[in-house]
Design a protein around this ligand. Structure first.
Ligand SMILES: Cc1cc2nc3c(=O)[nH]c(=O)nc-3n(C[C@H](O)[C@H](O)[C@H](O)COP(=O)(O)OP(=O)(O)OC[C@H]3O[C@@H](n4cnc5c(N)ncnc54)[C@H](O)[C@@H]3O)c2cc1C
Length: 287
């Protein structure tokens, strides 16, 4: 089936207007449409009403504000890739955006759509999890903040409820922090076979806080929690990052599929986690 079912369409004029439209049953937000429209064509999604949020300029921003990087849900992948302030605070986002799909998808696909799609292969879900970001959700009763590590309930499922909208993502900026993202895919622009993101906050040569996000390998909440725990308080030398990579590889649950067998994916997780951690530590030292 290549044609979507009949669907009503409304263009939201404000966030309040979007929220009132979203209170109706069987309603979906459409942002970039790069994931939702193909799903509708395949009849994997059959909303009765589409609420187009592309006119909501108030959701399209990337700013540094009171020690947080704030990214509006309607910021495009290309906006994040081009944002100097994002690149300075969190090179992990530039690393990740460089390998999200191709320029056409990046020009239209949004940061919010990427998180809300909750595809286990979305690169930004792991990157935001590594950075311990917070999702800000708006609904009829106001605003609530949810750690990104609690945002995804499972594949294609999030905590965003009926009548709600993801409005922005906030990432705490800490001094002495470096970050990086490493991905392997079958060809340029393809989804990950596996990928790893690392965010390290260093103090006096020791790891104060570590965030490790994993993409497409069945990591709970996109996170390698045991490897993070192992790193906390350790000196960033010797084979510490390789040991963390091995822990991350043991802790995830990759599925064998057309992108490769399980052992290959675990090998990639070990290697990519190690490399991302090394790069993050170099960047923290240079920060
Ligand atoms: C060919 C191709 C290759 C791709 N490759 C990659 C890749 O390598 N890595 C990667 O990470 N991604 C990849 N993507 C996905 C891309 O990142 C999309 O931009 C992303 O999945 C969805 O963003 P969107 O704005 O298009 O969302 P949409 O398709 O508009 O929406 C997706 C879902 O999120 C919901 N939604 C959107 N915005 C909000 C909001 N603000 N609040 C609540 N719900 C919302 C929608 O209702 C829908 O359920 C690829 C996509 C394509 C088409």
């Amino acid at each position: 089936m290549q044609v979507p079912a009949h669907v009503e369409y409304e263009r939201a004029a404000s966030v309040a207007h979007a929220l009132s439209l979203l209170s109706r049953p069987e309603t979906r937000v459409v942002a970039g449409g790069h994931s939702l429209i193909p799903m509708m064509k395949l009849r994997l999604a059959q909303p009765e009403l589409l609420v187009d949020i592309n006119g909501l300029a108030e959701l399209a921003f990337i700013v540094l504000d009171a020690g947080q990087l704030r990214i509006g849900a309607l910021a495009r992948h290309a906006d994040l890739l081009e944002s100097e302030v994002a690149g300075e605070c969190f090179p992990i986002f530039h690393d990740a955006e460089r390998v999200v799909a191709d320029p056409i998808v990046r020009l239209w696909g949004t940061v919010g759509g990427s998180l809300c799609q909750a595809d286990p292969s979305e690169d930004l879900s792991a990157a935001f999890a590594a950075a311990r970001a917070t999702a800000v959700i708006r609904g009829p009763d106001g605003e609530r903040a949810v750690p990104v590590r609690e945002f995804h309930l499972g594949p294609y499922q999030t905590v965003v409820g009926r009548g709600e909208l993801l409005a922005e993502i906030r990432v705490p900026v800490r001094p002495g922090t470096g970050s990086a993202y490493q991905k392997v895919s079958r060809r340029v622009g393809d989804w990950s076979i596996a990928a790893a993101g690392a965010v390290l906050t260093m103090s006096g040569g020791r790891i104060q806080e570590a965030g490790i996000g994993l993409t497409a390998v069945g990591a709970e909440h996109f996170v390698a929690a045991e490897a993070e725990e192992f790193l906390r308080g350790r000196a960033a030398g010797g084979d510490v990052f390789a040991r963390a990579g091995a822990i991350a590889a043991r802790g995830c649950q990759p599925a064998a599929d057309q992108r490769g067998p399980e052992d290959f994916k675990r090998h990639l997780v070990a290697e990519l986690t190690t490399r991302a951690l090394r790069r993050a530590a170099e960047r923290a030292a240079a920060a």
